[in-house]
Design a protein around this ligand. Structure first.
Ligand code: NFS
Ligand code: SF4
Length: 652
């Protein structure tokens, strides 16, 4: 049997609800990403290993056994590194553009030009403003918003070379020094990205090390953009608190007007939540019980965290909710929106509604979303969904599979819970549990889905293994979506999967708190931009332990990484000093030098490094080894310092 034929027999998902839809569609012939992935096989090995260059139109140049250099003389290491920089810059642009929209909405609010928005968390406004050095005493909210948004915009546009403010105040002393020493401290987001696109133009930088450092600088610019996005979204829409909700295709309700919000930016989806509530009567008039909202990708995570809106799908299965026949509209904003959704929608009554001037899909309806008329536009969207509901005609078949989700764990919320055990130093509850051997460490699960593996399989395999080994877990993005759908974001999962230490740790928190719900096995921290919440956690852990981040028993894993954004997030986590597992090998293996820097040399310079491992079980073992190593090292350094009466060694 040919390879392609064999592959068709493989169901590339472990999600039972998705499997049900895909199986029923086998004869139906609606084309989804699951089919298109197979049609793309075999994928080009030059592109796959990063040795295809299209930077100028003498190309494409490919490095082969016959040709070790491109027309201009670029070697494999230059081409691979250059491609990597451009990917990191792409990721940084996406997150930062998202952050910029939030800043501008907040700024417009202060100028009276965004009447439907308000400052929802004035305390966070004060905290963030004070952190970036703004005098807060005696100032009202509007004054502070103006000063804070100006400071944020400075971090985008500064051209005078001073250090980025957000990175300065959201890092450790050791990291600041490291970033300066290695010349990867970004000044501004725009400046960093512009420079790196120039640096990778034809006939510019050919030095792989200088290029890799540029990729890391872009990673840090990405961190700045997303930290601003998280901070200001919390100010605008509220800092997440624990919420109870559900996840998976079973959240679709045949009796409701079903509307999926998909994309990333809460500016629109928060308004849609309001519009849906306000337009219940119109839905009832049309014969529905109400308007039911549900989320896909990170916009879904945003409204889950703050409004308890259920998750219907993560990235790779985004076309499947429509195939139940009960999805009346899907409204999309920016990023991770497959153009393929339009063709699937045309097989049903579903309306696809685009809302961003830079995200349009031929055939879809477009509503120009602006902050000035936010609620009005959101109501237009809901009206389209109600009209679409009236046009339902085909069969409805919704997999009755969904799981309870307890989410909403901003760092503030996590500290409130930990603070009931140690009111003075909430983070010490974690570092003490690690020192006592109750926990092995912490793992951040982030990132996407990627059909190079099996949908959600790696996410689940690694998390279950880490749970068994007493690792405290936090998650964001489509990883968190996968956990929600599979039932790992609730208290039952603790019973089922946690090792004795992790169980005892979670029970200790529950005993100290008066919680309405049991704590989950994995703490959902939000969307991908909210990976900064996890960074704030490991920065606090480092400061509490009196070491720099490379010694904190904290690892990150993107089990099914897909987007350029995942590359930039991985890059800043490595620069910050974390071992970062990626479950899909990125296009770097065409250069042993670049690959070696990412996996090995990075450790010497930054203390963080990449691990490529496609096998979930092996990946879990490697992550556990990293935690064991850091715990062992910390103990040796501490014992030595005690024995000789010196300070703890700073190295890793
Ligand atoms: Ni992150 Fe979130 Fe999902 Fe990946 Fe896309 S939605 S921003 S990029 S696919 S996790
Ligand atoms: Fe080929 Fe060099 Fe042009 Fe790249 S920059 S396409 S390697 S000639």
């Amino acid at each position: 049997m040919s390879e392609a034929k064999k592959k068709k027999d493989v169901k590339r998902t472990v999600d039972p609800a998705c499997l049900e839809v895909l199986t029923k569609n086998e004869a139906g012939g609606i084309e989804t990403a699951f089919d298109r992935y197979l049609q793309q096989q075999p994928q080009c090995k030059f592109g796959d290993t990063g040795i295809c260059c299209r930077v100028c139109i003498q190309g494409p140049c490919r490095i082969t056994n016959k040709a070790s250099k491109g027309v201009c003389g670029s070697t494999a290491y230059t081409i691979v590194a250059r491609n990597l920089v451009r990917a990191a810059a792409g990721g940084a642009s996406a997150h930062s553009d998202h952050g910029r929209h939030i800043v501008l909405a907040l700024k417009h609010l202060a100028e009276g030009k965004a009447p439907d928005y308000k400052v929802s968390d004035p305390e966070k406004l004060r905290r963030v403003a004070a952190k970036v050095g703004i005098e807060v005493e005696g100032k009202d909210d509007i004054t502070l918003v103006k000063e804070l948004t100006d400071a944020a915009l400075e971090d985008f546009s500064r051209m005078t070379g001073e250090d980025s403010k957000w990175l300065t105040v959201n890092s450790t002393e050791g990291r600041r020094k490291k970033f300066k020493d290695c010349n990867i401290f970004p000044s501004s987001i725009n400046g960093t990205i512009v420079e790196s696109i120039s640096q990778t133009h034809m006939g510019m930088d050919a030095d792989p090390v200088s290029l890799i450092f540029s990729a890391l600088r872009n990673g840090l610019a990405d961190y700045v953009g997303m930290h601003i996005a998280t901070d200001l979204s919390d100010i605008l829409f509220g800092t997440p608190k624990p919420v109870v909700s559900e996840a998976n295709l079973g959240v679709i309700d045949a009796e409701c007007v079903n509307v999926a919000v998909h994309g990333h930016n809460p500016l629109l989806s928060e308004m849609i939540v309001r519009a849906a509530r306000e337009m219940k009567d119109e839905a009832v008039k049309a014969g529905a019980r109400e308007v039911k909202l549900m989320g896909i990708c990170c916009t879904g995570n945003e409204v889950l965290m703050r409004q308890g809106v259920p998750i219907v799908s993560n990235f790779i299965s985004q076309e499947l909710p429509m195939m139940t026949g009960a999805m009346d509209a899907m409204v999309v904003d920016v990023q991770c929106i497959m153009p393929g959704i339009q063709a699937v929608s045309e097989c049903f009554h579903t309306k696809i509604i685009t809302t961003s001037p830079i995200v349009k899909i031929p055939g879809a309806s477009h509503i120009d979303f602006t902050e000035e008329t936010a609620l009005e536009k959101a109501k237009e969207v809901i009206q389209l969904a109600i009209d679409s509901f009236k046009q339902r005609s085909g069969d409805i078949d919704i997999p009755q599979i969904k799981n309870k989700v307890v989410a909403g764990f901003s760092l503030e919320t996590l500290y409130e819970i930990l603070g009931k055990v140690n009111p003075d130093k909430p983070v010490k509850v974690i570092t003490d549990a690690i020192a006592a051997g109750e926990l092995k460490g912490v793992c951040l699960f982030a990132g996407c889905n990627n059909l190079k593996g099996v949908h959600d399989e790696n996410h689940l395999t690694i998390a279950r293994e880490l749970a068994k080994n007493d690792v405290l877990m936090v998650a964001t993005g489509c990883a968190a979506g996968g956990y929600g759908k599979a039932g790992l974001l609730n208290g039952d999962a603790v019973e089922k999967y946690a090792g004795e230490g992790l169980k005892a740790f979670i029970k200790k928190l529950e005993d100290a708190n008066d919680l309405a719900e049991k704590l989950p096995l994995i703490f959902h921290m939000g969307s991908c931009v909210d990976n900064t919440r996890a960074a704030d956690l490991y920065i606090d852990m480092a400061n509490e332990m009196g070491v720099d981040i490379p010694k904190v028993p904290f690892v990150a894993s993107a089990p099914e990484a897909m987007s350029e954004k995942a590359i930039s997030i991985g890059s800043w986590n490595v620069a910050m000093g974390l071992p970062v597992h990626v479950g899909v090998v990125p296009p770097v293996q065409g250069s042993t030098l670049v690959d070696g820097v990412a996996r090995l040399i990075a450790h010497d310079v930054y203390g963080g490094f990449f691990i490529w491992e496609t096998d979930g079980q092996k990946a879990a073992e490697k992550l556990l080894e990293c935690l064991d190593y850091r715990n062992w090292k910390n103990k040796v350094h501490k014992d030595t310092a005690e024995k000789f009466g010196t300070t703890v060694a700073a190295g890793w």
